[in-house]
Design a protein around this ligand. Structure first.
Ligand SMILES: Cc1ncc(COP(=O)(O)O)c(C=O)c1O
Length: 395
């Protein structure tokens, strides 16, 4: 499917080949429509739990406003290491943890430290394209590993192995996945771990959506497997689990020398993460965890509502096993997803990212997020329906 509609404005067309820029352009256009319903970004719309807000207020009142150490507040690093041991089975200690300014900075620092020019990183496709930029800017090369709808976008170990070359440095895993909401199952992770050991590869495991996995599926951390801790870099953060996107706190767990190297780069870029935010994160990870269960219940309801709505429109999607997205096959409409996104925004006032926001091969998919109230999700479905039906009829 190609991008043909002459009504697509030039500024959208100009960035259509770059997933990240395309997503940002569509968000910019959405700001022009006050009545738009945004099902684009992956940032939780739910309120940050009150005890985290209180901890933030008290950090401010107590003037905890000085600079933290570059790798993070020792109290937070220690609490995160404890969480990684108990929730994820990783053999992590304080020295294995660095606190970053969101997962976004973490993924950039990881690539800066890990890659030499020409090193290849295996990246499952479709993908969170921020990794493209991070790999590019470190002089690395992305090698795409295909995943497919028929397999619920689970990663196939054979496909990983087939993509390995003498320049391969690392395998990137994002489980649950943005954008597909698929997961890499434990069985497959065990096989992928064996491949990593056999070929002496690093595994980067982005587990930022770990808390939102839907029954009967379960999250599993590859770094907990034997012989994997020394070759696994685990990325996570507070944005998704605790609805704390604006606090900008993420973290990485890795072998100590890798963490030290990351801290050196961090020292000359952003310096430590904001101290107040780190105290908020400390309250999140050491305090009551009930909010996560509440969020999980809310997302489960919304997920069901969206699945029912898309079924009614006869759109096929990959049933989300985790995260916040419905990765939906839009090809029955007969138009390119970038164009369809633009039309859904312009005519329906609903922002939905095209699959091309997550890789050039995905012009037949949409990523619909569930980060709005059920009323707004219902309204978005109502607005989408006639548009989808009209294009399908003429396809
Ligand atoms: C897969 C993935 N990794 C990392 C991030 C970065 O999140 P943050 O910088 O808010 O921690 C995101 C954000 O959407 C994401 O989807």
């Amino acid at each position: 499917m190609s991008l043909t509609n002459p009504n697509i404005p030039e500024d959208v067309r100009a960035v259509a080949a770059n997933g990240t820029q395309l997503r940002y352009k569509l968000m910019e256009l959405t700001a022009q429509y006050p009545d738009a319903i945004a099902l684009g970004r992956g940032d939780p719309d739910l309120a940050t739990p009150p005890h985290i807000i209180q901890a933030t207020e008290s950090a401010i009142r107590q003037q905890r406003t000085g600079l933290a150490p570059v790798a993070g507040l020792p109290e937070l690093r220690q609490a995160v290491a404890q969480k990684l041991r108990s929730d994820n089975g990783l053999p992590a200690d304080t020295e294995n943890v660095i606190i970053t300014t969101g997962g976004q900075e973490a993924l950039f620092l990881i690539m800066q430290v890990l890659l030499d020019p020409g090193d290849e990183v295996l990246v499952p496709d479709p993908r969170y394209t921020s990794y493209d930029e991070a790999i590019d800017s470190a002089g690395g090369k992305i090698v795409l590993v295909p995943t497919d709808h028929a397999d619920a976008f689970n990663l196939r170990p054979e496909a990983v192995e087939a993509a390995i070359t003498p320049r391969t440095k690392a395998i990137l895993l994002i489980t649950p996945s943005n954008p597909t909401s698929g997961i890499v199952t434990e069985e497959r992770l065990r096989e992928i771990a064996a491949i990593a050991v056999r070929h002496n590869l690093v595994v980067i495991s982005d587990e930022i959506y770990e808390k939102f996995v839907y029954s009967p599926w379960k999250h599993f951390s590859i770094g907990s497997l034997p012989n994997m801790a020394e070759r696994t870099i685990t990325l996570n953060g507070f944005s998704k689990s605790y609805a704390m996107t604006g606090f900008r706190v993420g973290y990485v767990s890795a072998p100590r020398n890798f963490i030290e190297a990351m801290a050196k780069v961090k020292a000359v870029t952003t310096g430590p993460a904001a101290t107040i935010s780190q105290w908020a994160a400390h309250a999140a990870v050491t305090g009551p965890q009930d909010a996560i269960a509440d969020f999980h219940r809310i997302y489960s309801e919304r997920r069901q509502l969206m699945m029912d709505g898309l079924h009614k429109m006869h759109l096929d999607f990959s049933e989300p096993r985790g995260a916040f997205f419905l990765w939906t096959n839009s090809s029955p409409t007969g138009i390119h997803a970038t164009e369809l996104s633009y039309l859904l925004l312009k005519e329906g006032r609903v922002l939905i990212f095209p699959g091309t926001g997550f890789g050039e091969n995905w012009g037949g998919y949409l990523r619909i997020s569930i980060l709005q109230s059920t009323d707004l999700l219902q309204e978005a479905l109502t607005r989408m329906e006639p548009i989808i039906a009209r294009y399908r009829a003429t396809a």
